[in-house]
Write a protein that binds this ligand. Structure first.
Ligand code: GMT
Length: 377
């Protein structure tokens, strides 16, 4: 395929959408495309030097005349500069607001025929889409984009439910870097965390927002722990963390819940884990589930949003109704008390990650979509 100049804008801090945007940029660069990240800081997963990846920092000066720093205008202005100076073919933005709206404004400012691709990740629709103060902007960003994608079919349907639009939307699933998320041996970590070799390990990774439903994760674990020796590893930080810590303090087996805070080498933590819990109230995809699966850790997730597109019930994990912690515990025990079954689920999880969500296949889907837009298909 012809090598393209592609601009990428995302939230560069920790979060699934930023991870996907960054990994996409890295993998496109490995295929020879020239990538220009236009973000407020270097994306956190951009941890390697590439000669064909460039970073354009969006700087917002907080002049006293402004009541609020004008980030969106600064971003649009920087995008317009990059479109013009670098002669971008594609500007791929992640999130409808503000990024798609900024891209549309930037294209008008730059007076260039750059093609805008917008990927919706979930929170921008399922949370922001319910905010009447933003609906018009989200609809505008979606409709003015040249192509819109969602990370699951469920998110596509939710977008049509919440945003009154007939814009065609395509599903392009998330993926992981298989070179990082793969089965590893990290038994030494078990010892460091004081986990006995025979103890089973459950893991939850999130940004501890309310929608991640941590109380059910704790409750499910306590039910499991009442039956078998196990530990729960909680990775991440966020608004609900303090409340969750307080909740755990008052429970039996509180010493079996380990709060690890934010961690970078999550694959090593998956290497010592047997089961992943993601019991969210809202989840457009659940990238953390896929990361775990790629490392050989099956998951139990709620029948919410895109989770049923990642977990195949009874094969690579289990699906449960929201707040049904009895069933979560029953399924967890059925796996953790049967090594052969757990092994079958582990293998199936790896296979799902490697086949259905294979990165090469997904990157090729994005390339096809760019080629279609540029008429070079
Ligand atoms: O889950 C979060 O709170 C972070 C959020 C984001 O915007 O980065 O994640 C969303 O995008 C991820 C990547 O596509 C998805 O895997 C998550 O499911 C999605 N989160 C929600 O829908 C709540």
């Amino acid at each position: 395929m012809k090598k393209l100049k592609i601009g990428i804008t995302c939230y560069p801090t920790v979060g699934g959408s930023g991870v996907i945007a960054t990994e996409l940029g890295k993998m496109l660069a490995e295929r020879g495309h020239e990538i220009h990240f236009i973000t407020s800081s270097v994306p956190f997963r951009l941890n390697k030097i590439y000669s064909n990846i460039f970073f354009h920092e969006v700087e917002v000066n907080n002049y006293s005349v402004f009541q609020y720093p004008p980030y969106d205008i600064a971003l649009a202005s920087k995008m317009a500069d990059v479109i013009q100076n670098e002669e971008l073919d594609i500007l791929h933005v992640h999130y409808a607001v503000p990024h798609a709206v900024c891209a549309v404004l930037a294209k008008a400012m730059a007076k260039k025929d750059v093609q805008i691709v917008t990927t919706l990740h979930g929170t921008d629709i399922t949370v922001l889409g319910q905010d009447s103060g933003l609906t018009q902007a989200i609809k505008y960003g979606i409709e003015q984009s040249d192509i819109v994608t969602t990370v699951s079919n469920a998110l596509k349907e939710q977008t049509y439910e919440l945003i009154d639009t007939t814009k065609p939307i395509e599903t392009v699933y998330n993926f992981v870097d298989e070179a990082i998320f793969k089965p590893l041996n990290a038994d030494y970590l078990k010892e460091q965390f004081g986990i006995q070799p025979h103890e089973k390990v459950l893991i939850h990774v999130s940004n501890f927002r309310k929608i991640k439903n941590l109380p059910d994760v704790i409750d499910s674990f306590m039910k499991v722990r009442a039956q078998i020796e196990a530990k729960l590893i909680l990775v991440g930080d966020g608004p609900e963390k303090h409340r969750v810590m307080e909740q755990v303090k008052c429970l039996p087996y509180s010493e079996d819940v380990l709060f690890l805070g934010k961690q970078e080498n999550i694959a090593e933590l998956y290497a010592i884990s047997d089961l992943k819990l993601l019991l969210s109230e809202k989840e457009s995809f659940g990238l953390v589930l896929l990361e775990a699966m790629a490392c050989g850790v099956p998951g139990i997730g709620t029948t919410i949003g895109g989770i049923p597109e990642v977990i195949e019930h009874g094969k690579n994990g289990y699906l449960v109704a929201l707040h049904d912690t009895e069933t979560v515990a029953a399924y967890a025990l059925s796996l953790l008390q049967d090594d052969d079954k757990l092994q079958r689920f582990r293998i199936a999880a790896i296979e799902t990650a490697q086949v259905k969500f294979q990165s090469e296949k997904i990157i090729a889907q994005y390339e096809d979509l760019y080629a279609r837009l540029l008429g070079i298909a």
